[in-house]
Design a protein around this ligand. Structure first.
Ligand SMILES: [Zn+2]
Ligand SMILES: [Zn+2]
Length: 372
């Protein structure tokens, strides 16, 4: 495809100056939507080379194919330049639109910066480069550090930020169009006050017992699975709103180990005293001396599954034990079901699988249920 510059070129692009008499080199500017873009044009053997400023290159990057196509197909330089101008204007419009959609208005930034200054920059744990996400620090009255995560909408401060924190319940706060970060922090502090005693009770458990689950308790976690003895644990579910009342208790492990604890729990419920901590009550009601991290090894209570030889499997612990009290081997439910299904002598009645324990000979004593 041959290229030529014709005479009306100067009228359409007055800012492009020919650099030679043959009209094969030009230098100057193309304007699009009121913005000027520097270009260099070089015609050689009917081919055109186009060089432009960094900004021009960035703008044309997404439509590179269209520029190449136009370079190939335009019979004359001015037609190509007109098409280039069109493409540029289209890209400029799109960029402007994107900026309007993505970036908040200036008042967003002025309000946010003044609100941060009001609360104190020392409260800021993290802020993302776009100033949309903010992590604020707060200390409770017992010196625990808490992080409040805020995601700010474009309409901030007219619309409230979306907040999340490591709390046992959602952090709900009041927001007016005149509110600021300081108002949220004050409400957050009140919320932290509310949970002080709950966290004190949970901290006491975490420091005095072997906690099998969660592996690393967070402030929001209301459940703990505590070692009672080898092959036996209890999972307590505490209601953070009335944490000193009797928690839901689930006993897990070998029946011969957990049976007596379950019986104690049912018989001693009236001994539960809401003025005592959860741990103190559990000790009395279960009649247990919890194995302590100070005087025992956790490994002694981490009983592996008798099939896969691991403790944690897809977040599940070995919960199912052989019904033979002389065996009491623990298994993951998932492992046990897979094992029983692979054995030809296993029978099934509704959702219950009956089969042999992989560990002991007492076939008649080994029956298991599965939920699937
Ligand atoms: Zn297993
Ligand atoms: Zn067994």
């Amino acid at each position: 495809m041959s290229f030529s510059a014709n005479i009306c070129f100067e009228r359409i692009f007055p800012q492009l100056i020919p650099l030679n008499e043959k009209l094969t080199q030009f230098r100057g500017f193309i304007s699009a939507l009121g913005e000027e873009f520097e270009v260099m044009l070089h015609l050689e053997n009917g081919n055109l080379q186009l060089q432009g400023s960094w900004r021009l290159q960035q703008l044309l990057k997404p439509c590179h194919e269209a520029v190449v196509q136009s370079l190939k197909q335009s019979p004359e330089l001015n037609i190509f330049l007109l098409e280039l101008k069109d493409l540029l204007e289209k890209q400029l419009r799109q960029t402007k639109l994107r900026r309007e959609i993505l970036l908040p208005p200036p008042q967003y930034y002025s309000a946010l910066l003044s609100h941060i200054a009001q609360s104190g920059w020392d409260k800021v744990e993290y802020v993302d480069p776009d100033l949309n996400t903010l992590h604020l620090r707060a200390k409770d009255e017992n010196g625990r550090l808490h992080i409040l995560q805020l995601h700010l909408p474009r309409e901030y401060p007219k619309k409230p930020p979306v907040c999340s924190a490591d709390l046992p319940e959602d952090f709900v706060f009041k927001w007016l169009t005149t509110s600021s970060l300081q108002d949220i922090l004050e409400q957050f502090q009140t919320k932290l006050c509310f949970f002080q005693d709950f966290w004190m009770c949970m901290d006491e458990i975490d420091s005095s017992c072997w906690v099998l689950e969660p592996e690393k308790p967070r402030r929001k976690d209301c459940k703990r699975r505590l070692v009672l003895a080898t092959n036996g644990s209890v999972q307590i579910s505490v209601n953070p709103q009335c944490h000193r009342s009797i928690p839901e208790c689930q006993f897990l492990g070998a029946e011969r180990v957990i049976g007596p604890f379950r019986d104690n729990f049912n018989q001693n419920l009236e001994k539960w005293d809401v003025n005592s901590t959860i741990l103190t009550n559990l000790k009395i009601v279960l009649d247990v001396k919890f194995p302590s991290p100070c005087s025992s090894n956790k490994e002694d209570y981490v009983v592996e599954c008798g099939i896969c030889y691991s403790f944690r499997l897809n977040d599940a612990l070995p919960d199912k034990s052989c019904n033979n009290s002389h065996c009491s081997q623990l298994f993951h439910v998932e492992c046990l079901i897979e094992w029983l299904r692979s054995v030809s002598t296993t029978t099934q009645s509704f959702s219950i699988l009956f089969g042999e324990c992989p560990y002991c000979d007492m076939v008649s004593h080994c029956c298991y249920w599965c939920s699937s």
